[in-house]
Design a binder for this molecule. Structure first.
Ligand code: FAD
Length: 532
């Protein structure tokens, strides 16, 4: 007796999904059953994705993840595309940090500090003619842009060496498995096992007349053709303050308009001291004000109108208006919703768990993540760890707690861990001890620089051994001071250990090891002498 059956099966041939139909004839005899296969025919094939990982965004996070994934054997492509600013500014591969963020900002901060040092130098015996000390804006922007272009070039070479394909095109989700992009060579569709969204963000403009037409943002300032002149900076977050700081240091009249508080999210006592130190340098602050409009004057300058909380109207004429009112994630341009990715309703960022979005094969790192620190090293570290988890068998997750940061205002502010307010909120003021001190940097004495704002504090638990929860430092080289303490804090630093640490003399970082006055004691936090 014989009967014929059809079997459908799904399998993998060379990693491709294969659907087959097989025809079997079953012979039955009295004692045995013979099965003979007559035919096997492939009826369909879902192709293997072209890549293991497609990264959308060639900035800090995207590049770090792409390079690490490629090192681990994955086939990787990175898309990076910069939409020009309303002024027409655009830039190369590398993202915000390299082109319009940390790097040009730090270089301009350094330019401003050098100007200050030139003046200090005279007190140390250098014979300079103050009237000959002049700054040339175009020489600075040229030098900064040359450096950036060299970094863009090195980044491209690095990708090529690491066998990461770089695609200079805007990536848009076509569906949750496909990215569509248009390059000079035409349209391309990219399929991948995993996608990483690392598209970062761009500065926002306020919805007032003239803002987009006449305003600039941090995306334009570092390559601005003409010297900025008298500038009003709208916004008192760290980017606004840093821009005001270096513009003032380079000799430009700088005013900061503050909507509510300076440095929201940072320790507010430290924010107040930073503001005072900037005022002392000649930077003006307009508190609790909002801009209304920007118009061009017949002299080609900008008439800026604003109002305060009481509704009083003001206006003044400036050469430049720089908006630093916050940044917007670029998820709209990416059509994240087409891939089914849920976005936070308040700011369109991706609320991922361990960098994984609600669509399991789509991940996100960097500034596009909801409620995570917007910092380059955070994006890089998260990107690298993700690549190791996806392609290297690692299970290590990103730790977003106790990330140190520094604000590069003329007198810098570095911090790690909790602000005093947050520590009080989390643990209760009775359980918190705050050690604080003013200090005198040795190098400030000869040029008689103001020490009024050189201040630091340590926020700890009150109970011995007094685990340190936060460290805050205002002064020169604050980033260099705080970085090492960030590692100590991660290793459960206590006040006891801090006080048992022998300092390096004479440095400003040693002040953390000398700290012994608590706010609760009411004792004077001013230093008695430099060497005792
Ligand atoms: P980004 O570096 O912004 O990279 C995203 C890239 O993706 C961009 O090139 C973008 O054009 C591209 N892109 C977006 N959408 C698409 C798409 N659909 N297709 C293709 N490409 C796309 N951080 C610090 O740690 N220290 C600092 O001192 C510091 N200073 C800063 C100063 C300023 C003025 C600014 C603006 C930022 C600063 N930051 C600083 C923050 C830091 O630059 C960011 O945290 C970091 O760049 C975020 O990296 P990312 O990978 O998330 O995105």
């Amino acid at each position: 007796m014989a009967s014929t059956r059809l079997f459908f099966s799904r399998g993998f041939v060379n990693d491709s999904v294969v659907l087959s139909i097989r025809k079997f004839t079953i012979f039955r005899t009295e004692k045995k059953v013979f099965i003979r296969m007559f035919s096997a025919q492939t009826i369909g094939e879902a192709p293997k994705p072209e890549y293991d990982l497609v990264v959308i965004g060639g900035g800090s996070g995207g590049l770090a993840c792409a390079k690490e994934a490629s090192n681990l054997g994955a086939k990787v492509a990175v898309l990076d595309y910069v939409t020009p600013t309303p002024l027409g500014t655009k830039w190369g591969l590398g993202g915000t940090c390299v082109n319009v963020g940390c790097i040009p900002k730090k270089l301009m901060h350094q330019a401003a500090l050098l100007g200050e040092s030139l003046h200090d130098a005279q007190a140390y015996g250098w014979q300079l003619q103050p009237e000959n000390i002049k700054h040339q804006w175009s020489a600075l922007t040229q030098a900064v842009q040359n450096h950036i272009k060299s970094v863009n070039w090195v980044t491209r070479v690095d990708l090529r060496d690491k066998k990461v394909e770089y695609i200079n095109g805007l990536g848009v989700f076509k569906d949750r498995y496909t990215i569509q992009t248009t390059t000079k060579q035409g349209e391309r569709l990219l399929t991948s096992k995993y996608f990483l969204i690392a598209c970062g963000g761009r500065p926002r403009y306020p919805d007032i007349p003239g803002a987009v037409e006449y305003g600039i943002t941090s995306d334009d300032i570092f390559s601005l053709k003409n010297a900025p002149g008298k500038t009003i900076i709208i916004g008192a977050g760290y980017i606004g303050l840093e821009c005001a700081g270096f513009l003032n240091g380079l000799g430009y009249d700088a005013t900061v308009m503050v909507r509510s508080v300076v440095l929201r999210g940072f320790d507010q006592q430290m924010a107040g001291i930073i503001t005072e130190s900037m005022v002392q340098k000649g930077i003006k602050f307009l508190h609790k004000c909002l801009p209304d409009s920007v118009e061009k004057t017949p002299e080609d300058r900008l008439l800026v109108k604003w109002h305060n909380q009481q509704g009083e109207q003001f206006s003044d004429v400036y050469d430049t208006i720089l908006f630093a009112i916050g940044r917007r994630a670029l998820t709209r341009e990416l059509k994240a919703e087409v891939a089914g990715i849920k976005l936070a309703p308040d700011n369109e960022k991706i609320d991922a768990v361990n960098e994984q979005s609600n669509v399991p094969h789509i991940y996100a790192v960097g500034d596009v993540l909801y409620k995570k620190p917007e910092l380059t090293p955070v994006a890089i570290h998260a990107g690298r760890l993700l690549a190791r988890r996806l392609f290297g068998g690692s299970t290590l997750q990103m730790d977003y707690q106790n990330v140190a940061t520094t604000i590069f205002t003329p007198l810098e502010y570095g911090c790690v861990g909790l602000s005093e307010e947050k520590a009080n909120e989390d643990y209760g003021a009775d359980n918190i001890e705050v050690y604080h001190a003013y200090y005198k940097p040795t190098e400030f004495f000869i040029p008689q620089k103001s020490i009024a704002h050189c201040y630091l504090k340590v926020v700890s638990l009150r109970e011995p051994p007094q685990k340190v929860l936060g460290m805050h430092f205002i002064g020169p080289q604050a980033g260099e001071v705080i970085q090492g303490f960030a590692a100590a804090l991660k290793s459960n630093l206590t006040v006891e250990t801090l006080m048992n640490t022998v300092g390096i003399h004479p440095t400003i970082a040693e002040e953390f090891t000398r700290i012994n006055v608590t706010k609760r004691s009411g004792k004077d936090p001013n230093p008695a002498s430099c060497c005792s």
